[in-house]
Ligand binder design. Structure first.
Ligand code: AMP
Ligand code: MG
Length: 439
């Protein structure tokens, strides 16, 4: 068990990564019957292998948009010194108190405390010190009178109006004191947070580094994006789609390797992608065909297989392995299958590795046509949703859900999770999962 398991952050992620979470069947029996695991088991195994997050200490501007990996405690109080909130005169309340009773008082201007140039002596009885906003309150004074409430003539100032002792002063520590929690771990650093950190003298912070992801794209039939495509070839759409999806989850694709369907090529690509800590996503070659070499190649590279095949549709051949802190996912090559697997299993992990919580946005939607899963696997069915004028959400299962039909994902607003045998009668309500980019 690595340390992240014990952190409260992880416990939170664990709870919000709810997924299906309904254990309606014993995992053991499912495994024996189908030689496949259930989707909740797959999620559980992934969570159990959550790698230690990568943390980097970065200058503030480089940390923009990232999340704090530690609590930040105030290293100094704010304000650091007691100062004036107004342009005016610093005075002693014992001198100006009677002004509150309607009697103006005239004092001698004995000096100035400017922002950046404090008054070096002590203010004596009968004296006032000219002061500007933010300037240090001179010794001997306890009150500031705004310039609007005074009249000056030569080296004298007449105080016309006061409210109370201590007025218009910002006291040292009144916002926070040394050791107070300024920003908790997990805070997203935007402009205001960078401003706050700078104001207390912090110039660099420990933030979660984006998980580094390598893509290994297998398939002798593939033509890379932009290349000419022969009649027998397939355009590689997975690499662009998954790179974009990794970025949307806050990760960084650091390498992309194309590999033909041979064991030697696949081993070489996986070796090149393996680093100490990170995520490798392999697409294609993970099924049971003659030319599917990913599982063997992964073993040859020293990874331990954690699961292969999930009782789901699409995405049955999903494969998961680990070598130290490097995780490897084998996604089916079919673009819809691979994408759904990424969305359901990998993107929450990538977010969690950056200290972010993830929970699916769900809604209760009405289905005007009945839906049935008569197959033996949990089915992720892509849906479209629309809002009625009444505010109710209406959902429909999209046509053409084939795992090679990308249009069904491009049009989808989300999906439903249909367990085997599940039936949604016409006109009834069911929970829908919405893709994060849908509002
Ligand atoms: P596989 O999982 O390797 O058996 O591939 C299943 C199907 O997905 C085949 O029709 C492949 O041609 C297709 N496929 C594999 N990789 C990609 C990819 N990178 N982009 C688009 N289609 C792919
Ligand atoms: Mg293939």
């Amino acid at each position: 068990m690595n340390e992240i398991h014990q952190s409260s952050q992880f416990v939170k992620d664990y709870q919000t990564w709810t997924g299906i979470g309904k254990r309606t069947e014993s995992p053991g029996s499912a495994k024996r019957k189908h030689n496949m695991i259930e989707i909740w088991e797959a999620l559980q195994i992934i969570r159990d292998n959550h790698p230690s997050p990568m943390v980097a200490k970065l200058p503030l501007l480089d940390a923009l948009g990232k999340r704090l990996a530690v609590d930040i405690l105030a290293p100094e109080p704010s304000p650091r010194y007691t100062n004036s909130a107004m342009d005016g005169f610093a005075v002693r309340w014992e001198d100006v108190g009677p002004v509150a009773g309607g009697v103006p008082i005239t004092l001698v201007i004995a000096g100035e405390s400017q922002a950046g140039i404090p008054f070096s002596c002590k203010c004596q009885s009968g004296q006032a010190i000219r002061i500007s906003t933010g300037a240090m309150l001179p010794k001997g004074t306890d009150t500031v009178v705004r310039v609007e409430d005074t009249r000056t003539e030569d080296d004298r100032v007449t105080v016309m109006q006061v409210r109370k002792k201590g007025q218009d002063i910002r006291r040292a520590g009144e916002e926070f004191n040394v050791g107070e929690l300024l920003l908790p771990q997990g805070t997203a650093l935007q402009a205001p947070q960078l401003g706050l950190l700078t104001s207390v003298g912090i110039t660099e912070v420990a933030v979660y580094d984006p998980p580094q992801v390598s893509l290994v794209v297998t398939g002798t039939e593939l033509a890379a994006p932009g290349e000419s495509v022969a009649p027998h070839q397939i355009r590689d759409s997975n690499s662009i789609m998954l790179t974009a999806a990794v970025r949307q989850a806050g990760g960084k694709v650091v390498a992309r390797h194309y590999t033909g369907d041979t064991l030697a090529d696949t081993v070489a690509s996986i070796r090149k992608s393996t680093n100490k800590s990170g995520v490798i996503i392999v697409t294609g070659g993970v099924s049971v065909g003659e030319h599917d070499h990913v599982k063997e190649a992964v073993r040859e590279c020293g990874f331990v297989e954690l699961f292969w095949r999930v009782k789901q549709k699409p995405g049955k051949p999903l494969f998961f392995a680990r070598k130290d802190d490097c995780l490897l996912f084998g996604l089916p090559g079919n673009p819809v299958s691979g994408f759904m697997c990424f969305m359901y299993y990998i993107q929450p992990l990538l977010r969690s590795m950056q200290g972010r919580n993830f929970s699916w946005r769900t809604a209760k939607a009405r289905f005007d046509n009945s839906v049935r899963n008569s197959g033996g696997r949990t089915n992720f069915m892509r849906i479209g949703v629309k809002k009625e004028e009444s505010g109710f959400i209406i959902a429909e299962v999209l046509a053409k859900q084939g795992s090679h039909m990308l249009g069904s994902i491009a049009r989808a607003d989300g999906f439903i999770i249909m367990e085997p045998g599940k039936f949604i009668p016409e006109g009834s309500w069911h929970e829908v999962y919405l893709f994060p980019w849908r509002n």
